[in-house]
Ligand binder design. Structure first.
Ligand code: FMN
Length: 210
C-alpha cells in the first residue's frame, strides 16, 4: 500500500507537472481530506474563466460515507465513489445565476449600475429556454471541471472524472433542482494505485496547422 507522504508533494506542482502526472485514480488512501486543501482546491477551480464572467458553476462536496454509498448506487456501483474521502459534484445552475443576477456585479459599481447590468443579464438569457441556457452554462462548468482536476493534482491529490451515473437520481439524492446540468462527479483523495500510463494521439494526428 502506498503511503500518503510518498504521493503528496510538500510543494505545489508546476502546471506542466500536474498535467503530466494526473491520471484517473479509482483506489484512494483511506484517510479524510485535509479541509484546508479541499477549500484551496475549490478556490483555485472557482478562478476558472466563464463567458462574460457569468459564473454558473456550482460545487457540491460529499464527505459522508453514507451519502457516498448512495451516490455509488446510482453510479453503476463504481467503487471509486466510496473509496475516495470526498466526491465533488460539479454542475451548472443558470437559473440560480439569473435569480441572483445582482450578485454577479461588484457593489463598487453602484446600485444603479448593478441593477442595470443584472437586468441586462436577465434579458440576454431570457430569450433562451431553460434547457438551452443550461447547456450554455454547462460549457462553462466543464472548464472549471478541468481546472479542478489540475488544481487537485497540483496540490498532490488525485481524482477521476466521472460521467457514469444517473443524473436524475443524483439530483434527487442531493436535492438539486431539475434544471441543473452536470459536468461530472469527481472522487478526490490520494492515490493508492498507479493508474494507467497516458495513451494519447500524437499532436500531429489531432492538430491542423494553418
Ligand atoms: C468526462 C469524463 C467522464 C468519465 N467518466 C468515467 C466514469 O464514469 N468512470 C470511470 O471509471 N472513468 C471515467 N472517466 C475517466 C476516463 O476513462 C479516463 O480519463 C481516460 O481513460 C484517460 O485516462 P487518464 O484519465 O488516466 O489519463 C471519465 C473521463 C472523462 C473526461
Amino acid at each position: 500500500m502506498t503511503t500518503s507522504t510518498e504521493v503528496r508533494p510538500t510543494t505545489t506542482l508546476p502546471v506542466a507537472e500536474a498535467i503530466q502526472t494526473r491520471r484517473s485514480i479509482r483506489k484512494f488512501v483511506q484517510e479524510p481530506m485535509n479541509q484546508d486543501d479541499l477549500r484551496e482546491i475549490l478556490r483555485l477551480a472557482s478562478l476558472a474563466p466563464t463567458a462574460n464572467n457569468v459564473q454558473p458553476t456550482r460545487f457540491a462536496v460529499i464527505q459522508s460515507k453514507d451519502l457516498q454509498q448512495k451516490l455509488q448506487d446510482v453510479s453503476y456501483n463504481q467503487s471509486q465513489v466510496t473509496s475516495a474521502p470526498a466526491v465533488i459534484v460539479v454542475y451548472s445552475d443558470m437559473e440560480d445565476v439569473l435569480a441572483n443576477a445582482e450578485q454577479n456585479f461588484p457593489a463598487s459599481m453602484g446600485e444603479e449600475q448593478v441593477k442595470t447590468r443584472a437586468e441586462g443579464l436577465r434579458a440576454q438569457f431570457g430569450a433562451q429556454d431553460v434547457a438551452q441556457r443550461g447547456q450554455w452554462a454547462l460549457t462553462q462548468a466543464n472548464i472549471a471541471f478541468g481546472f479542478l482536476m489540475l488544481a487537485a493534482r497540483g496540490k498532490g491529490y488525485d481524482t477521476v472524472p466521472m460521467l457514469g451515473f444517473q443524473p436524475d437520481k443524483v439530483k434527487e439524492l442531493l436535492g438539486l433542482p431539475e434544471h441543473v446540468q452536470f459536468a461530472g462527479l469527481l472522487p478526490i483523495g490520494k492515490r493508492d494505485e498507479e493508474g494507467f500510463p497516458h495513451h494519447r494521439h500524437n499532436v500531429d494526428r489531432i492538430t491542423t496547422f494553418y
